[in-house]
Design a protein around this ligand. Structure first.
Ligand code: PLP
Length: 372
């Protein structure tokens, strides 16, 4: 089946009793046992599983080409389940520009339990130098947030495999419509479902997808079952509903982002544009090889510095100044000021989540904001 068909059908089925074409939302926290003490409906208690969550996990696994998925109450909860599944003392290698929320999670909540290095994972020498006997996980994020750096997934996987190290990939920026890390050899894919899967800036969610129901995966599932970082049935329903249009929404995001990147690159007010679809992107070739499309996120730096970035952002009318990404509406954000003191993000950088408005309106809005 093609991805458009999977997106529509793998998260839904006709309800057996009512014949409702769309799966009902099952709010029940608990499920009736049979006279023999078994669970004929297949569910015990909604912290463990729920019909809406099962459907969501089915479509998520199929979209990423995995064998199983677990959906969480947020992207950070999904990341946390991965870190909690590792034995104390395990060493993690993560990118130096890892999504700041997960970097902060490691630094604030796992210091003393796990050890970690934040490095340029794309530099083979640096990567190999940081691998230790106790390294258990290499975390990658590609394209990265907010510098849109590309990690060569196959290259990292090849190094990790020789040492028996697992590779997890945050695929939030790309979505499976643009990139499928499991097919490139990664062991685990992580998503903030808050972004493109949700697509309408109205829910928080996360997911992990595996290509192997290994002992590690079962441990991650146990972490969730016992920890309880689960999404509500309503959010699962909203996600399966939104995912049906994901392939078509992504086409719109990608088209608009490509056009906006070209416009920005040719503008005298702009010093630099970071978008993997541009020939000027230093890792454009890797992106071309491992991505089907270049995504809907871009960042750009203002030639006249941080004050100009602030001025421009406040003059925009269609772009909303807010954090997050992946919704139908365009968002713009001054990233350095939200990332905290250890940010590596330039202060003249603005990150854009390119929405589905007409591209002419987006360009016109930026033109008027650039004009003094
Ligand atoms: N990974 C990336 C790349 C993100 O951008 C985010 C959120 O912005 C997360 C993970 C965390 O997701 P959530 O906010 O759903 O916890």
């Amino acid at each position: 089946m093609k991805i458009e068909t999977i997106a529509i059908h793998a998260g839904n089925h006709v309800d057996a009793t009512s014949k409702a074409v769309i799966q009902p939302i099952v709010l029940s926290s608990t499920f009736e046992r049979g006279t023999d003490g078994t669970y004929p409906g297949g569910h015990i208690y909604s912290r463990i599983s729920n019909p809406n969550r099962t459907l969501l996990e089915n479509v998520l696994a199929k979209l990423e080409g995995g064998v199983d998925a677990a959906s969480f109450s947020s992207g950070n909860a999904a990341g946390m389940a991965v870190f909690q599944s590792l034995l104390p003392g395990t060493h993690i290698i993560a990118p130096d520009d890892m999504y700041h929320g997960l970097r902060n999670q490691l630094k604030n909540l796992f210091a003393g339990i796990l050890t970690f290095d934040f490095i340029d994972v794309n530099d083979t020498n640096v990567l190999q130098k940081h691998i230790r006997p106790e390294t258990g996980l290499i975390w990658i994020e590609t394209p990265s947030n907010p510098l849109l750096k590309i990690t060569d997934v196959k290259k990292v996987v090849a190094i990790a495999k020789t040492k028996g190290i697992k590779v997890a990939c945050d695929n939030t920026f790309a979505t499976p419509i643009c990139q499928q890390p499991l097919a490139l050899g990664a062991d685990l894919v992580m998503h903030s479902c808050t972004k493109y899967f949700g697509g309408h800036s109205d829910l928080i969610g996360g997911a992990l997808i595996t290509n192997d129901k290994s002992d590690w995966w079962l441990k991650i599932r146990k972490v969730q079952e016992l920890g309880g970082a689960i999404p509500s049935p309503m959010d699962c329903y909203m996600l399966t509903r939104s995912i049906k249009t994901l392939p078509y929404r992504m086409r719109g995001h990608v088209n608009n982002a490509q056009l906006l990147a070209a416009f920005l690159e040719s503008h005298s007010k702009v010093e630099k544009v970071m978008y993997p679809g541009l020939l000027s992107h230093p890792q454009h070739q890797i992106a071309k090889e491992q991505m089907m499309n270049f995504g809907g996120m871009l960042s750009f730096c203002l030639a006249d510095g941080p004050d100009e970035a602030r001025r421009v952002i406040n003059k925009l009318k269609i772009f909303t100044q807010a954090t997050s990404l992946g919704g139908v509406e365009s968002l713009i954000e001054h990233r350095a000021s939200v990332e905290g003191p250890d940010t590596k993000t330039p202060f003249n950088l603005l990150r854009v989540s390119v929405g589905l408005e007409h591209i002419d309106d987006l360009i016109e809005d930026l033109e008027q904001a650039f004009a003094k």
